[in-house]
Design a protein around this ligand. Structure first.
Ligand code: HEM
Length: 345
């Protein structure tokens, strides 16, 4: 299943093919934000809705209509039934999902596939239960992780006006103010990349990753780990370790910029001081997609809007509750005002 995730579900080609879905997600996020112009808004529900829509279109080729969403929340209609319904419908009308955006005429079923359900259905060895489990994992793994990271980034930027100014300046120089930032611009935005790394260092979405278990005895550093040992990796503490990071509690994206001490460190799982997606075989299978979404959402929100805390609000609660996901508490409530003119929402 892992192999399938990296070679087929999240191959670079397939991630690229979902670009229009991400662009539509950004557009709907900006529209929803514009509807709150000059009034305080809670960012979290808007972000969650945008990410949920992206994941739904990628996996099952359609938005979750209100009916579906309501039923998913209802205990009597668990995920399993709903996903089975989607699966059965797709089987009865192959290659013709509602979100059809031009299927290729290739004879290869993998090439024809336009969403992840098509890809999964092209593997006859997968049972319905396998397919439903993968789709459910995408919804559960994908929606919150990206939204939480984006919310933390915005909170940190607002609490650190110099960093916010530096990011706005970079966007103004590289993209300008006559068009919206695009995914093709991301490679030319090193400060944005540094902001994302710094956010993930201080606020990893899975502070302990998922529990890992040693299949055989092994040695990690000075420690002998017996077989069948359950290990929790405290990524949160690693990101704040004063033996590794200078001024570890300071939000300072500059530490990742060219020629700075940590410029060589990235989040792909090879630099163990920064592993917000995990590392090795169990690391997040959608790392590239998650990173792309987080970058384009933060860039768009910062380029398109000026943001302010309402006068009485708390800034970022750094002592937020420690759970499986560490989130902003209380939820980030901020006021957007359009910053560039003429972007269509
Ligand atoms: C900022 C975005 C994201 C972050 C920080 C993130 C982080 C993580 C982490 C830390 C893990 C556990 C790794 C481990 O225990 O070693 C994980 C697993 C997973 N992630 Fe992500 N993720 C993100 C986005 C996504 C997206 C967009 C999807 C799907 C569309 C996704 C799907 C999954 C799945 C299915 C797993 C479970 C893998 C397994 O069962 O072993 N993630 N992710």
């Amino acid at each position: 299943m892992r192999q399938l995730c990296s070679s087929d579900l999240f191959s670079p080609k397939r991630i690229l093919s979902f670009q229009p879905i991400r662009a539509a997600g950004v557009q709907s996020l900006l529209s929803a934000t514009l509807a709150h112009r000059d009034r305080p808004m809670h960012l979290r529900p808007v972000l969650l809705a945008a990410m949920l829509d992206i994941i739904a279109k990628m996996t099952i080729g359609r938005s979750l209509s209100q009916g579906y969403e309501r039923r998913m929340k209802a205990v009597a209609q668990p995920w399993d039934c709903l996903l089975q319904e989607v699966l059965d419908k797709r089987r009865s009308v192959p290659w013709a999902n509602e979100g059809d955006n031009g299927r290729s005429s290739s004879n290869n079923s993998l090439d024809k596939a336009t969403d992840l359900l098509d890809v999964l259905l092209s593997f006859p060895e997968l049972t319905d239960d396998n397919i439903k489990a993968v789709i459910a994992d995408m919804f559960l793994g994908g929606t919150e992780s990206a939204s939480i990271t984006i919310e933390w980034a915005l909170g940190e930027l607002l609490a650190n006006p110099l960093a916010l100014k530096a990011l706005q300046k970079e966007l103004d120089m590289v993209v300008g103010s006559t068009r919206l930032v695009q995914e093709e611009d991301l490679a030319n935005l090193p400060y944005l990349q540094a902001v994302v790394k710094e956010t993930m260092r201080l606020h990893p979405v899975a502070p302990f990753l998922f529990p890992h278990q040693s299949s055989q005895a092994c040695k990690v550093g000075e420690y002998e780990i017996p077989a069948d040992t359950r290990a929790l990796i405290n990524v949160w503490a690693i990101g704040r370790n004063p033996n590794v990071w200078d001024s570890p509690l300071k939000f300072d994206p500059n530490r990742f910029m060219e020629k700075a001490s940590y410029s060589h460190v990235n989040v792909y799982g090879r630099h163990f001081e920064l592993i917000p997606f995990g590392s090795g075989k169990r690391k997040c299978p959608a790392l590239t997609l998650g990173l792309l979404s987080v970058h384009i959402f933060i860039a768009s929100l910062v380029q398109a809007f000026d943001w302010q805390f309402p006068p009485t609000s708390l800034i970022v609660d750094r002592d937020a509750k420690f759970g499986v996901s560490r989130i902003l508490a209380p939820p980030l409530c901020i006021t957007p005002s359009p910053r560039i003119q003429g972007f269509e929402c």
